[in-house]
Design a protein. Structure first.
Length: 397
């Protein structure tokens, strides 16, 4: 997706919000239909049946008929795809969308003349029942755009994202393999010795966020003051998210251009960031500490970095089993759980090697990837690497 900042007029913003409301309403109806389904009953309606029901609803309700049929049908199409992803095991089950949190809709069948450039930094896109909406032309819009999605984040900013499949970055052809160890204290440590940190909020911004959160806790629910505080918090968090996304884009591009093979640990981030709260009958332990760790993992951009590497270095990203990468000595191969003296310090008691613990883990990842590449005679000449052989490689000294 190629995303740009949308700059609608006040009148256009109201029309866009109506589109978002219609898409959210149709999506939530589809969620409700599938939530009522139980084993043994007739299957829940599919996309074709839901489209027929939508036609009947539009004929019965004028406020729904006033909206765009494209927006409403694509909400059903997106839901059908979300359910397909859920049954395929790659995503979670689709849930309810809330006003102010999941605002957006998709437009398809975009023609060549529906996106045009007005000046050096201004372009516009044609939106059904809205007209021409301007956006900031921060870079060239890819050719052959067939669809786009318009979204509104919690900070109140509008964006338009054009759906295109970008070309991967060419292989540098230097034969270099790099290991990437992702962590909380250091976002990404490379086997070359480089330490990369994802930027977040500055010290003054963190202090302001803390003051706003305390003010939010004292604000009366439903009051105008509470809404203003929530908007200020959303703007700060959006700033943090933008910085993290920018860092991910720059680091992933740099790695794809410099190295032929990029090796990362095969981490189950969803399971690692699961809440430790437990239930009323069996409450969790160390909930606050686990919540802090979860926030640190998500703030480091682990998943986004690997996802963008997969796009930019397609077929050149190897996922290595994480077993013993932080306990193995990258110099002699001995596994010693006592060798990691602290979060940042590793000292092998066998050969005397000492260095940064994250860099040592990254070098172990790179070594394991080197074995895989040698066995396959090139990283792009075979299918994906299976997890079991990777774990075996890491267990061998």
């Amino acid at each position: 997706m190629s995303r740009y900042r949308l700059q609608p007029s006040p009148v256009q913003e109201q029309a866009l919000l109506e589109h978002c409301g219609h898409a959210r309403y149709v999506w939530n109806l589809a969620v409700q239909q599938h939530a009522c389904w139980k084993s043994g009953r007739k299957s829940a309606p599919g996309f074709a049946e839901q489209c027929r029901q939508l036609t009947e609803a539009r004929a019965a309700f004028e406020w729904l008929r006033a909206g765009s049929i494209i927006v409403q049908q694509q909400a059903l199409k997106d839901f059908a795809q979300a359910m397909s992803n859920f049954f395929g095991g790659s995503h979670r089950r689709p849930t309810w969308r809330k006003r102010g949190r999941s605002e957006g809709f998709r437009i398809v069948a975009v023609k060549a003349g529906d996106v045009r450039r007005l000046s050096r930094h201004v372009g516009e896109v044609k939106v059904p029942k809205v007209g021409w909406a301007r956006f900031r032309w921060s870079r060239a819009v890819p050719e052959g755009v067939k669809s786009y999605r318009i979204t509104r984040d919690r900070a109140g900013r509008w964006h338009v994202a054009f759906a295109v499949i970008p070309d991967p970055i060419p292989v540098p052809g230097l034969g270099e393999v790099v290991g990437v160890d992702r962590g909380v204290a250091v976002s990404a440590a490379l086997s070359t010795g480089e330490m990369l940190d994802a930027p977040g909020l500055r010290k003054a911004e963190k202090a302001r966020l803390l003051r706003l959160l305390r003010k939010l806790a004292r604000a009366e629910r439903g009051s105008n003051g509470r809404g203003k505080v929530k908007a200020a918090i959303a703007r700060l968090k959006a700033r943090e998210s933008d910085r993290r996304k920018d860092w991910v884009e720059k680091v992933s591009t740099d790695l794809a251009r410099r190295f032929d093979v990029i090796a990362v640990e095969d981490l189950k981030i969803r399971a690692m960031t699961r809440s430790a709260g437990g239930t009323v009958e069996a409450p969790g332990r160390n909930v606050r500490a686990k919540a802090g760790l979860n926030r640190g993992i998500l703030a480091a951009g682990w998943g986004a970095l690997v996802e963008r590497l997969g796009h930019k270095a397609a077929g050149r990203v190897l996922k290595i089993g994480p077993a013993y990468t932080s306990q193995r000595c990258s110099a002699c191969g001995i596994v010693d759980r006592e060798a990691r003296e602290s979060q940042a310090r590793y000292r092998c008691r066998s050969c005397g090697y000492a260095g940064n613990a994250d860099v040592n883990a990254a070098r172990n990842i790179a070594h394991a990837a080197g074995h895989v590449v040698s066995a396959r005679e090139g990283p792009w000449n075979a299918g994906p690497v299976h997890r079991e052989p990777q774990r075996d490689l890491l267990l061998v000294g």
